[in-house]
Design a protein around this ligand. Structure first.
Ligand code: UGA
Length: 434
């Protein structure tokens, strides 16, 4: 099939590359000429494990093209995916201006039947708005489909190539057939393609992310309770997770959810609810808990240093909001840094991928080091904010010799508590007894 993907951000680039991988001919369109030139020259613009190989192969084999010209980019397409940003507006609702602008242009451009697909996370009713915007000027038949993506950063290629499910919202038989054929190679193991109406598909995406965020905030509150009552959240997690109805995944407490999706989507669903005259009470609490959780380690750190962090120096392992990404949007580490600096402390940080993004954002307010152990030099304590694999089995002797004081605050529960005690560390984590 001939596919066009408008928008070469994270979702667009993964979608385009993975569609090319099963033999489709894919054209990616973006207004950013610099980005298009880079991509066309074989330079990938995002960090995503496994993507580069696929990108290079499909580019070389001519199944992946890049252009800044929307008209030229869509002329041959059977299906046009809109993978455009929907940043939160001031009131928390998703800003649809990028999508609606392209929809408006498509109205003038289309010369034959196309299936136009909303891939971005968009509020309920957006497919109708896109349809209206195109119809204003369109002289040909077209269908608008809602096909939310459920990719996780860091494992996006795997999620795309073998999705748990594909959700397709359309009321058109013709579009349904096209979309079913397009996704058939990805669901060969029998995972479902779930067809539904456009609005239900749009809401499915928000409901999924909001439910997962709820699971995390719930576990973070259970962790707080564990500390106060003398229980161990690892045990409670295992105890409840083996019930199929609850499930083992997404029950890990930590220092809050971050990234570009959960915070934005939970907020947007709360806003949509308000617009529909409904107060979504659970989600308000989920957001509240998460705000508090991002700085969960601070009171522990302050208590250890008798509420005086002035002149203290901290080693920080992990800046990205989660491992295997360089994404620092809503990363808990940034909130921790802010609080430490405000209290008069200094920070040396290491992250395998995200340091240049942090440097771009906050400059030299902290020191960046090339190796995780270098961060420990002269540090009063080590703080762990992201569970990168390289932090999981560190050389504890090296930690001991480099750290000034044998103190570790672990926001991701990487180590065994008794083992850390045996090794002589003062070790504090989330929801377990120190
Ligand atoms: C999330 C969803 O998982 C994807 O299905 C969805 O497609 C995507 O948002 C999106 O809307 O585009 P992502 O933001 O990449 O994906 O990251 P996750 O792996 O889901 O992690 C989200 C946050 O939850 C991270 O900050 C992570 O540290 C936190 N988390 C996750 C926990 O605190 N505990 C857990 O048990 C799991």
């Amino acid at each position: 099939m001939k596919i066009t993907v408008v928008g070469t951000g994270y979702v667009g680039l993964v979608t385009g590359t993975c569609f090319a991988e099963t033999g489709n001919n894919v054209t990616c369109v973006d207004i950013d000429a610099g980005k298009v030139a880079k991509l066309a020259a074989g330079q990938i613009t995002i960090y995503e494990p496994g993507l580069e190989k696929l990108f290079e192969r499909n580019l070389k084999e001519g199944r992946l093209q890049f252009t800044t010209q929307l008209k030229e980019g869509v002329s041959d397409a059977d299906v046009i995916f809109l993978a455009l940003p929907t940043p939160p507006g001031e009131d928390g609702s998703a800003d649809l201006s990028y999508i609606l602008k392209v929809a408006d242009q498509l109205g003038y451009i289309l010369e034959d039947y196309k299936v136009i697909v909303d891939k971005s996370t968009v509020p309920v009713g957006t497919a109708d708005k896109v349809r209206e915007a195109i119809a204003r000027n369109a002289k040909v038949e077209f269908d608008v489909v809602s096909n939310p993506e459920f990719l996780r950063e860091g494992v996006a290629v795997e999620d795309f190539m073998k999705p748990d499910r594909v959700v397709i919202g359309t009321s058109s038989e013709k579009a349904r057939k096209v979309m079913g054929e397009l996704y058939a190679p990805y669901v060969r193991q029998g995972n479902p393609v779930i067809f539904m109406d456009e609005k239900s598909a749009e809401l499915t995406k928000y409901a999924a992310n909001s439910f997962l965020a709820t699971k995390i905030s719930f576990m973070n509150e259970i962790a707080i309770l564990c500390e106060r009552l003398g229980a161990d959240v690892d045990m409670v997690r295992r105890g409840i997770g083996s019930d199929d109805r609850i499930g083992k995944r997404f029950l890990f407490p930590g220092i809050g959810y971050g990234g570009s999706c959960f915070p934005k989507d939970v907020q947007a669903l709360v806003k949509s609810s308000q617009d529909a005259d409904y107060d979504f009470r659970i989600l308000n609490a989920v957001m509240d808990v998460n705000e508090q959780q991002k700085v969960f380690l601070l009171p522990k750190i302050e208590a250890y240093f008798d509420n005086d962090l002035k002149g203290k120096h901290f080693a920080l392992w992990g800046l990205a909001f989660k491992p295997n990404t360089d994404d620092i949007r809503e990363a808990p580490a940034l909130y921790i840094i802010d609080r430490l600096l405000a209290a008069g402390a200094s920070v040396s940080a290491f992250d395998p991928e995200a340091m240049s993004n942090v440097k771009q954002l906050i400059g030299d307010r902290i020191r960046y080091v090339d190796h995780q152990y270098e961060a420990l030099e002269n540090a009063d304590a080590l703080i762990i904010a992201t569970e990168w694999s390289v932090f999981r089995t560190p050389d504890f002797d090296k930690i001991r010799t480099h750290l000034k004081d044998q103190v570790i605050f672990d926001g991701r529960n990487l180590f065994d508590v008794p083992r850390m005690q045996e090794l002589g560390f003062h070790y504090e984590s989330v929801g377990r007894q120190a």
